[in-house]
Design a protein around this ligand. Structure first.
Ligand code: PLP
Length: 396
C-alpha cells in the first residue's frame, strides 16, 4: 500500500444503484454512462464489472480514446459516443466499433465516407436537439436527415436520442415534458422514413428518477449509478448507495502554540495551544483548495474551525474523519498535504492512521455533496477531479 491517498470504489453499491435504475426503467434497456473515467471511478474496471455482471446492455462514452481503452481491455458491450466525432477522429472510432452520434448532414456524410472507405458498416444514433442547444439535429431537420441516412449503405441507424438539461429539477418538469413531446414527433418523422428504430432514448439520471419515460426503450443513467442525485435539491425518491470512499493517511502530528499560524499565507492562527495532524493529500490529488479554512465558505454540517480571520469573520472549510471523529481543515490546502486541527488535548491520532476525505468513518459521514457544496459545484465534478495519481481500489 505505498500510496497513502486512495479512492475505494464499492462495486456492489454501484451495481445496486444500477439495479435501482433498471427497476425505475421498467423493462427498458440500460446504458451506463462511463465517460470521464467512469466519473472518476475507473473506466476499465467499472466497465468490465458491468459487463461481467450484465448490469447494463450499453456503455456511454465521450471520447474515442475511452472506447479504444475499453476495447483493448476486452469490453465487447456496445459503446455509444455521446459527442460529435471530428472527421479526423472517425477512422479510429469506427475501427473500435463505437456507435457514433450524428446530428447534421456534414457528420452523416463524413461518417458514411469513412465507413465506406474502411469497408465497414458503422452504427449511428441520430441526435435530436429538443432544447439542450448543445448538439444534435433541429427537430424540423429530422426527416431530411433520416432520408440521407436511409441512402447511406455504410451506416446503420441503430437509435435516435435526445438530451434533457433540466430533468433533475422539479420546476423544470414542464420543459422536460415538452422536450419529450417534441422528441416523440421527431422519432415518428424519422421512422416514417427509416421504419422502426431499434433504440429510442432520452433519460439521464434526473429523468430516470423523476419522469415518465414515455415511449423510449432505453435509459442513460450516469451520476445515479455512482451514488448521487444529479441535483442536491431533489427530494430523494429512491435511496442510492455511496460508491466512492476517498481516504488518505496521517503523516505527521505536532503541537503548536496559541498565536502561531498554520500553512501558506498564514491564513489560520491557532486561538489556543492545539495539536495539528498533517494528511498526505492536497489539491494535486484533486482535493480542492476550496476546502481550505476561509471566511465565507458554505456552512458544513459540523462546527468546524474555531478561528477567526483578522477581520473577525469566522473561518470555515473542509473537514476530515479519523476513527469516527470529525476534524476541521486549518489553513490552506497545499498541493500534497493538508493540515487538521485535532484540538487541545493530547490526541489519540497517530502517524499512519486512515483519514476519510469522503465516505464514512464510524457513525460520521462526509458525502460527495458536502465536498461539492464547499467547492461551489456539483457532485459530478468532485469525483471527476480526483487526480490520476490517486489509485482506484475497486472492491466487490
Ligand atoms: C453524461 C450524459 C448522460 C448521463 O447523465 P447523468 O446526469 O450523469 O445521469 C446521459 N446522456 C448524455 C448524452 C450524457 O452526455
Amino acid at each position: 500500500m505505498p500510496t497513502p491517498t486512495r479512492f475505494q470504489v464499492d462495486l456492489d453499491a454501484l451495481h445496486a444503484n444500477l439495479a435501482t435504475a433498471r427497476e425505475l426503467a421498467g423493462g427498458r434497456r440500460v446504458l451506463a454512462a462511463v465517460k470521464a473515467n467512469a466519473y472518476g471511478h475507473g473506466l476499465v474496471p467499472v466497465a468490465l464489472s458491468i459487463q461481467e455482471r450484465g448490469s447494463a446492455e450499453w456503455l456511454g462514452i465521450a471520447v474515442t480514446e475511452e472506447g479504444r481503452q475499453l476495447r483493448a481491455a476486452g469490453v465487447t458491450l456496445p459503446l455509444l459516443k455521446f459527442t460529435p466525432t471530428l472527421p479526423d477522429d472517425l477512422p479510429e472510432a469506427i475501427d473500435a466499433g463505437i456507435t457514433l452520434s450524428v446530428g447534421d448532414e456534414d457528420a452523416i456524410l463524413a461518417a458514411r465516407a469513412t465507413a465506406a472507405e474502411a469497408g465497414r458498416v458503422a452504427d449511428v444514433h441520430l441526435a435530436v436537439d429538443t432544447g439542450m442547444r448543445r448538439v444534435g439535429a433541429e427537430p424540423s431537420d429530422v426527416e431530411r436527415l433520416a432520408a440521407l441516412l436511409a441512402a447511406s449503405p455504410s451506416l446503420r441507424v441503430g437509435g435516435i436520442f435526445t438530451h434533457l438539461p433540466i430533468s433533475d429539477v422539479v420546476t423544470g418538469a414542464e420543459f422536460t415534458r415538452a422536450q419529450l413531446a417534441t422528441f416523440d414527433d421527431a422519432v415518428a418523422a424519422a421512422e416514417s422514413v427509416l421504419g422502426p428504430i431499434e433504440l429510442v432514448h432520452a433519460a439521464n439520471s434526473g429523468a430516470v428518477l423523476g419522469h415518465d419515460l414515455g415511449r423510449t426503450n432505453m435509459v442513460r443513467p450516469g451520476i445515479m449509478i455512482y451514488g448521487s442525485y444529479p441535483d442536491v435539491a431533489t427530494v430523494p425518491t429512491r435511496p442510492l448507495r455511496d460508491v466512492g470512499r476517498w481516504t488518505s493517511r496521517v503523516t505527521f502530528v505536532k503541537r503548536i502554540c496559541a498565536g502561531e499560524t498554520v500553512g501558506y499565507g498564514r491564513t489560520w492562527t491557532a486561538p489556543a495551544d492545539t495539536w495539528i495532524a498533517t494528511v498526505a493529500v492536497g489539491y494535486g490529488d484533486g482535493y480542492s483548495r476550496l476546502n481550505s479554512s476561509r471566511a465565507g465558505a458554505p456552512a458544513p454540517p459540523e462546527p468546524l474551525s474555531t478561528a477567526a480571520s483578522p477581520d473577525g469573520t469566522p473561518q470555515r472549510g473542509g473537514r476530515m474523519l479519523i476513527d469516527g471523529r470529525s476534524y476541521p481543515v486549518v489553513g490552506r490546502v497545499c498541493m500534497d498535504q493538508t493540515m487538521l486541527d485535532l484540538g487541545p488535548e493530547p490526541p489519540s491520532v497517530r502517524v499512519g492512521d486512515e483519514v476519510v476525505l469522503m465516505g464514512t468513518s464510524g457513525s460520521e459521514r462526509i458525502g460527495v455533496e458536502e465536498l461539492a457544496a464547499l467547492m461551489g459545484t456539483i457532485t459530478y465534478e468532485v469525483t471527476c477531479l480526483i487526480a490520476d495519481r490517486v489509485p482506484r481500489d475497486l472492491r466487490g
